[in-house]
Ligand binder design. Structure first.
Ligand code: ADP
Ligand code: MG
Length: 402
């Protein structure tokens, strides 16, 4: 059975694995096996990309390398929140072992770590097909280490890992509390490093927060370049959604891109989830994607984040973030340490609640509406001028909403 793109395939396989098959069975009264095939695409640009992926796929298969051929630099969208990691990854792929070694990239769930380190591998396979590249999750590495020790195959394991040109280890925080694995990893990194072979590590947190590893291993983690991936800002979220939609042949109008970018903030995978739903719904009902339809189809996601927030709740969230008490924010004190969080609280109250400015002022300890306007202006100004501040407010807003 032919389907228009992989979103449809995944949707049907995930949500209705037996449905079509049993429908065919009930009509034809015979057992059938059913496979889905993704239709060739008409857009020549996309066709070219597809061909490239197919090509890479067979190259990887021939070399026995396990790498997702779809995760490349070309379809990784960069912005302020991931720009350093992105540029560093490209530099590493260009000259493995020469620039940043090891490269350590960290960030929250679903923010593109696996995509980025896989892209390094794919680019190297494209540019320098003779190099030995290996991608492994830290979990799989651990399994291999344990099994090697159990079956007396430590030498084999060493040969496998220490002769590589490029080693990509995903989710390295997994080795916490695993002594043998840490030991093996430490020596593997050393061996590769000494021979100027590239090591790339990803983790859900920075090296210093991976506490349950030996000091010497942790110091290896941060010996080269450490780059983080932060929550994507609005523009980047838009960019990613547009890219994914185009990549998967789903026609999403700009106001729906905006809607999804406004509602889904903390995980890129969830944005893709929204697209899958929209694409599948549109195809199955034959209706185009628009805002009204998106609001219905994504009801649960959108509603979740539309829980009404109270000024008090926001005060609490902001106070907590700054290690203050809500009462301190309401009081009259004007020291900088309090005035700034207070302004942020007013700003977020205006953004996240439907309350009038004077109502917000009242609940902020009897301020008037001009004070609230002033606070909002200050925060806006500073958000525009100071990237870190901007990100901090955005993170705070997401946390409060969640
Ligand atoms: P992580 O490993 O950090 O949990 P992944 O690399 O698995 O996250 O990313 C989750 C999904 O989001 C993937 O499908 C990936 O392609 C996509 N993604 C994340 N960040 C980006 C980005 N900047 N551009 C394009 N796609 C992205
Ligand atoms: Mg990952």
């Amino acid at each position: 059975m032919e389907v228009p793109n992989r979103f449809y395939k995944e949707w049907i396989e995930d949500y209705h694995p037996e449905l079509i098959q049993s429908a065919i069975k009930s009509v034809t009264d015979s057992d059938v096996s059913l496979k889905f095939r993704i239709a060739d695409r008409e857009d020549p640009a996309q066709k070219k990309i597809d061909a490239k992926i197919e090509n890479r796929k067979s190259k990887l298969a021939r070399k026995g390398i396990f790498l997702n051929p779809r995760y490349t630099f070309e379809n990784f969208v960069s912005g302020p929140s991931n720009g350093v990691a992105y540029e560093a990854a490209k530099a590493v792929a260009q000259e493995p072992g020469r620039k940043y070694n090891p490269m350590f990239v960290y960030g929250g769930v679903g923010l593109g770590k696996t995509h980025l380190i896989t892209a390094i591998g794919n680019r190297i396979v494209d540019l320098a097909p003779d190099l030995q590249v290996l991608y492994v999750s830290a979990e799989q590495f651990t399994t291999e280490v344990v099994s090697a020790f159990r079956h007396n195959k430590a030498e084999e394991l060493k040969r496998k890992y220490r002769n590589l040109d490029v080693l990509l280890i995903d989710d390295v925080q997994y080795v916490e509390n695993k002594d043998y694995t840490q030991e093996e990893l430490f020596h593997t990194i050393n061996a590769l490093y000494e021979r100027q072979k590239q090591i790339v590590l990803s983790s859900d947190r920075p090296p210093k927060e991976i506490r349950q590893v030996t000091d010497r291993l942790r110091s290896r983690f941060s010996m080269g370049l450490t780059a983080d991936i932060q929550l994507p800002e609005f523009e980047l979220r838009r960019g990613i959604i547009e890219k994914k939609a185009a990549e998967n042949g789903i026609d999403v109008p700009p106001d729906v891109v905006d809607l999804v970018a406004h509602k889904v903030k903390t995980n890129v995978r969830d944005m893709e989830g929204c697209l899958i739903r929209l694409g599948a719904h549109s195809s199955l009902t034959g209706s185009p994607i628009n805002v009204a339809m998106a609001k219905t189809v994504l009801r649960d996601i959108i509603q979740d984040s539309d829980k009404p927030l109270t000024v008090d709740g926001i005060l609490k969230g902001v106070a907590e973030h700054f290690g203050l008490k809500a009462a301190e924010l309401k009081a009259r004190k004007r020291t900088k340490g309090i005035a700034q969080p207070r302004q942020i609280a007013m700003y977020l109250a205006r953004e996240l609640t439907e309350q009038s400015l004077s109502d917000i002022g009242k609940q902020m300890g009897g301020k008037d509406h001009a004070t609230v306007i002033y606070a909002c202006k200050q925060v806006e100004k500073r958000r525009a001028a100071d990237e870190n501040y901007d990100r901090m407010v955005e993170t705070l807003r997401n946390n409060i909403k969640a």
